[in-house]
Design a binder for this molecule. Sequence first.
Ligand SMILES: [Ca+2]
Ligand SMILES: [Ca+2]
Length: 187
Amino acid sequence: MPGTTGTMTSVVHGLTAADSQEVSVTSDGPSGGAGFEDFVMEVTVPEGAAALRVEVWQDEWAPSENLDLDLFLINPEYTAVVAQSAAGGSDEAITLVAPAPGVYHLAIDNWNAPAGDVATGPVHVYTPVADEGNLDVTPSPTSVVSGVPVELTATWSGLEAATRYLGAIGYDFGAGEAGYTLVTVTP
Ligand SMILES: [Ca+2]
Ligand SMILES: [Ca+2]
């Protein structure tokens, strides 16, 4: 925790299940082709979102073998890439903490496929805003002393099996949330 003495309240956002959308990404050529905008979709970050995560999982896509998707998150003005996930393979995720609200754009590159090859699969978008009542953090509020670590316990309940969730815990020392811990749960 930051160097603050006083009372700290944990503010829960989520846990929120993904908003998932099936998409098809047509490669414009191998080794990235002419560009990374093989497919572009809008991603809305609502007011009050504590985090944004967009992710793809290779084993959910067809074809899956040798697939190398990369993700590029573009700002609402469509003038700059604000974050990217471009490792080998197609397990990719971009996470922003306390993102500015707006309609962003997610470009997906079907990096190594021949021109015209299509990959189809789900894109998962998480934007935890409100406390969904499924994540408890204790103790909260709690007294904190500068330089002394605080141990908090987070427990979740009432989640659907085999569903991925994202939450964020914000820490409020009396002047609004300062710093977050992200919580990923797959019950
Ligand atoms: Ca491309
Ligand atoms: Ca990749």
